[in-house]
Design a protein around this ligand. Structure first.
Ligand code: APR
Ligand code: PHB
Length: 393
């Protein structure tokens, strides 16, 4: 058994774990990241790409904002298509000049890895059988296997940033952990293609045939989604069938003007709302997807990870640098208060724009009234904009 010690062990090298590792290292707090996959695998995952201001600020604070500021695109609004109309949500106009940044999660992760490498950050890839021990004591430790050898790291704290399927949340005893879950009766079929975006801003489409979304990564790379039944399989969708179905759900002029091409990536993702409480158990702190999942409508997943990391970094740096535990003690409550508001928003936006297979005629009329109210009320648009750009930390 090989042993070492550090101040914070971070389980999971996704955006949450890497961002925290970078912030801690810059503050002089020693940490080790344990990641189950290879770096190429982590960078191969295509996820959302709309960043709130809070996320953008945190990237800059972590010293990794340079490429994002250069290559990211500031968006002042987005569109909602419904019943043959195309209406715009003026984010900047409705939310005090606030905007969002379009910059892919893959690029965020790439920038974080580059920064960690440049500073000599400790990231161990391809670890197996990570196990957390003695979490309720002041001497917790983590064990894992690497290429057949068992390793042990002693630390003051352990951060579970290992996503929804990780080991950290499962290490909290069942009589302590409360889990809240809502599974939606459909998925999103997503396609990435090397084509110019259908429009300069995102288009969320509500349609009788199901939801559709036109998004982008940059001027040459587009990201599209359509709502599909959970029984569908991505490999059964040809590119032609995907483009045809997408176009049927979009306003005619958008569909006619858009360029299509071969898909670079095509996957189906289920939609889920999930929250685990509390986000702390003894020396273990959960962050990001390990503690909560939102349906992707509204692009809150990555942004919620960032607010967790913001609160957690505050707590850990106060502990190590000032001997003050107040922020750390309040972490779970503070993070969850923001999490639940983003859960509410993501659920609402999902309900507004999707076709639910079991919807009654009354449900359909209520959904229609929700959309009509939205575009007849400045207050409703301001509420949507305020949530979309991100509630304050
Ligand atoms: N041991 C070590 N690493 C693990 C383990 C484990 N037992 N289980 C999972 N991991 C790793 C995964 O391989 C993954 O790289 O933890 C990482 C978790 O990363 P994400 O799932 O990306 O979660 P997070 O970093 O919280 O990112 C927030 O925002 O846009 C959303 O869901 C999207 O991933 C995104 C999330
Ligand atoms: C994306 O670009 O992948 C994306 C954008 C907005 C969303 C979800 C996903 O709401």
């Amino acid at each position: 058994m090989q042993s070492q010690s550090t101040q914070v062990v971070i389980v999971g090298g996704g955006p949450s774990g890497l961002l925290l590792s970078q912030l801690l290292h810059r503050a002089g707090i020693d940490n080790v990241v344990l990641e189950r996959q290879t770096r190429d695998y982590v960078l191969g995952r295509i996820r959302a790409g709309v960043l709130e201001n809070g996320f953008v600020d945190l990237m800059r604070r972590a010293g990794v904002g340079e490429r994002m500021d250069r290559d990211g695109h500031e968006h002042h609004g987005f569109h909602i298509a419904y019943q043959g109309r195309l209406d715009r949500i003026d984010l900047a106009g409705s939310a005090d000049g606030q905007t969002v940044m379009v910059y892919g999660q893959t690029e965020v992760t790439r920038d974080l890895y580059a920064a960690r490498d440049a500073m000599g950050g400790k990231i161990v890839h391809e670890v197996a059988d990570v196990a957390l021990h003695d979490l309720k004591t002041d001497r917790p430790y983590v064990t894992y296997d690497l290429h057949g050898d068992t390793h042990r790291i002693d630390s003051t704290f352990i951060v579970g940033a290992d996503g929804f399927h990780g080991v950290s949340r499962k290490s909290i005893p069942a009589d302590v952990l409360r889990e809240y879950e809502k599974v939606y009766p459909f998925g999103w079929l997503g396609v990435l293609s090397e084509t110019p975006p259908a429009a300069a801003e995102l288009i969320y489409a509500q349609h009788d045939r199901g939801f559709a979304l036109c998004s982008m990564r940059n001027a040459k790379l587009s990201r599209y989604y359509i709502q599909v039944p959970l029984t569908d399989r991505a490999e059964d969708w040809s590119d032609e069938a995907f483009w045809e179905e997408l176009k049927r759900r979009l306003p005619v002029d958008v569909a006619e003007g858009m360029q299509t091409g071969p898909s670079i990536e095509k996957t189906i993702a289920p939609l889920r709302s999930f929250v685990a409480e509390p986000m702390r158990y003894g020396a273990l702190f959960l962050a990001g997807d390990a503690a909560h999942i939102v349906p992707p409508t509204g692009a809150k997943g990555l942004n919620l990870a960032a607010s967790d990391i913001h609160y957690l970094f505050e707590g850990l740096s106060d502990h190590f640098l000032r001997g003050d535990d107040e922020a750390l003690e309040g972490y779970s409550e503070k993070a969850l208060a923001r999490v639940w508001k983003a859960e509410r928003f993501s659920w609402w936006m999902t309900s507004l724009l999707h076709q639910f297979p079991d919807a009654s005629p009354a449900d359909l009329r209520l959904q229609q009234a929700d959309l009509e109210y939205l575009f007849s009320s400045d207050a409703a648009q301001a509420s949507l904009a305020e949530n979309y750009v991100g509630l304050p930390y």
